[in-house]
Design a protein around this ligand. Sequence first.
Ligand SMILES: NC(=O)c1ccc[n+]([C@@H]2O[C@H](COP(=O)([O-])OP(=O)(O)OC[C@H]3O[C@@H](n4cnc5c(N)ncnc54)[C@H](OP(=O)(O)O)[C@@H]3O)[C@@H](O)[C@H]2O)c1
Length: 293
Amino acid sequence: MSAEKVLVLNATGKVGRNVCRALREAGFTVYGTTRSANNQLSAQGIKAVVANYTQPDDLRQAFVASGAKKVFVITDFFSAAGKSAEREFAQGRAAIDAAKAAGVDHLIFMSVADAEFFDEHVTHLKAKVQLEAYLRASGVPFSIVRPCAFFENLDDPDNWNPLKKGVVKFLSLDECKYCATYDIGRAAAVQLKNPQAWLGKSLDVIGWQGDLAAVAAALAEVSGVPVKAKLAMPVFLRRLFLKDLHHMFLYYEVQKGPRGTPEEFKKIVPDALSAQDWFRFHGRYANGDKISA
Ligand SMILES: NC(=O)c1ccc[n+]([C@@H]2O[C@H](COP(=O)([O-])OP(=O)(O)OC[C@H]3O[C@@H](n4cnc5c(N)ncnc54)[C@H](OP(=O)(O)O)[C@@H]3O)[C@@H](O)[C@H]2O)c1
């Protein structure tokens, strides 16, 4: 029997590329959308579908081109939606509608852990809550993955936080819950392979928790060099210039959210990546040098 097909929308981003990898490793034939005809997807064993995942016509064509009846849906407030919750909702709704029209038998939607519990200033999570509700009412067979903060934030040159030897930076020194985007894909693989257990259900993706000093200790262990933990910016500047993210961090710091735990997630993905595992998995600093000693 040939492997089942899965279409991953936005296959080249921080999430998409590792979700594609995890689904391919789980035995699926993976199709991934990208706007660029000149992409690296086939080198990673992914069948490239040149499409803009935010455009209804492109979405329809992507389902036809792949023939997939399973889809992993990502929406993105910051890049694709240009920091508009309304636009992110419209883009996610278009993906759900296209999946319905294509007769998809399992749609995995990537939301955010505890999305409904952040305060009104956390604008970038509003569409996630609305899209979960739209999906539940849509009639499309679905599951939801709800990740916490990505380890990938620790090496994010696009957001002025490249990972450098000997230092790790984040917007909080406090204890946080993290996950690897690869584990989002492994969670999706579990859901797709066992629809009886997972249709209509959601899963918090939380691989590890620790404060920034523990993150630094993990990098020191993997790299073999001492590592300092530093704030990417002082908290008063975070409050002044990154109000939306500041309030998200307040939910982590003051309310100790999200409520899920690595122990719960490891009942589903037992070898979920720890901070040490993620630095080994990630492999390189932002300048391309190897992390491991
Ligand atoms: N950071 C976290 O800790 C965290 C935690 C939980 C959830 N999330 C969620 O993760 C999502 C972001 O995913 P990500 O980090 O994978 O995104 P990303 O890395 O920013 O995605 C980048 C890709 O988006 C495509 N893209 C950029 N601008 C576009 C546009 N105007 N129109 C269409 N496509 C465009 C590009 O693909 P092509 O050029 O190849 O088309 C690009 O490679 C958000 O929904 C966020 O809420 C993040």
